[in-house]
Design a protein around this ligand. Sequence first.
Ligand SMILES: [Zn+2]
Length: 310
Amino acid sequence: MATYRLFLLLPFALLLAASPGVWAQAAKTPPAPAREPDPLKVRFETQDVANFWRAFDADAAGAPGNAFATLYWQPATPGTRILLEKNGLPNADSLRAVVRRRRADYLRIRAGSEQIASAVPACRATYLALKNLYPAATFPPVIFGVGTFGVGGNAQAVGLLLSTEMNAPADMAPLAAHEAVHLQQNIPYKYRILLEQCLIEGGADFVAELISGRIGKTEPYEYARGREKQLWQEFTRDQNLGENDSFANWLYGGERPAGRPADLGYYIGYQICKAYYTRAADKRRAVHDILNIADCRQFLQQSHYADQFR
Ligand SMILES: [Zn+2]
């Protein structure tokens, strides 16, 4: 399950954006909006979030019927509908059941969620920075929604979906940056191995940090401090695992030893990209190369990241 997801999660979204043939098959999926080349014109949609809290209050006040259906689900943008589906919700009744059961959790994140518009300037600033570093960058709409604590962010053909129940406004910019970087990546699945997927994720974190000043999810980086050599040796053992092997030790959760955080593969990919960037005389060219890794094994060699552990 986990490995199946690895190579489909992001590439599928990109494929949808790129291929009319796939669109013909996915007739129910709304068409991809044109990407916006000007960061100042990118749309950030917050109406779904406001609608969720109207529904939340109406439900608590004993409104007849299902307020989450009429006030939130039915008028939701296609992006938020996808977010709800990705949370495993078949319909508004299932959403209402979760919200009622986890009412205390929703009350805890309510203030941040309702202030989501305050995150928009910082998100837009990261897009301006990305445009400066990589003039070819284009940007999808950003859609903020409320799910059921299952999906933090997701790049889809309709836009970037960012959930406000899992991300405080102050944490949105690095997340929006990471997902936007994914949409610029042109990294063919030449070998379909762990190294490739780690460079995609770690490269997104690296460029996201350049443009937002932060990495969204820092647990792998904190865990790695003082363990750099040991992790590299472990990764060297696993880097050629193919897409049918388990990546659980490195990416996207799954069974791991106690105390080992998920997504250490992000850290590994980040370090390789950082080594490549640090050595490069032309930093803009280096960013271009990180976004367009044609051969992950060759890129690792060119980074010289492994040299320090020999
Ligand atoms: Zn990612």
